[in-house]
Design a binder for this molecule. Structure first.
Ligand code: FES
Length: 145
């Protein structure tokens, strides 16, 4: 049911923890399952030089947040903003359909942390103009399933 990659990232999640004085912190939750994901970014010259996460949630949420941190580390802000939940699912060699919403949480956590970074610096990031950090993310779930 779960790919080896999902199991690997669930059993050995990468980049777990917090970053003190992070440049951007994002927290998202899914109202249906109650899972919560928090993402911390260290950004220098528009590049994500470090990223850590904490996920209080299901195994797929842990695996998706873990691989999402690997996918954005070392990337520019603009590249990180292009991370989609589909790309996260593909990188994990797939997720069961009822677990796709967990990958949406990972995409939203990255966006939410970048949104926080932009707000702190008073800048508007292309692609985040309409982002609402406090939105109920279960709406996205329907879109993506
Ligand atoms: S069951 Fe909700 S994030 Fe996985």
């Amino acid at each position: 049911m779960y790919s080896e990659k999902v199991m690997d990232h669930f059993m050995n999640p990468r980049n777990v923890g917090e970053i003190e004085n992070a440049d951007g912190v994002g927290q998202v939750g899914n109202v249906k399952c109650g899972d919560i994901m928090k993402m911390y970014l260290k950004i220098e010259d528009d590049v994500i030089v470090d990223v850590k996460f904490k996920t209080f949630g299901c195994g797929s949420a842990i695996a998706t947040s873990s691989i999402a941190t690997e996918m954005i580390k070392g990337k520019t802000i603009q590249d990180a903003l292009k991370l989609t939940n589909r790309a996260v699912v593909e990188a994990l060699d797939g997720l069961p359909a009822q677990k796709v919403h967990c990958s949406v949480l990972a995409e939203q956590a990255v966006k939410s942390a970048l949104f926080d970074y932009a707000q702190k610096r008073n800048i508007v990031l292309e692609g985040l103009e309409d982002f609402k950090p406090d939105e109920d993310h279960h709406d996205h779930e329907e879109e993506h399933e």
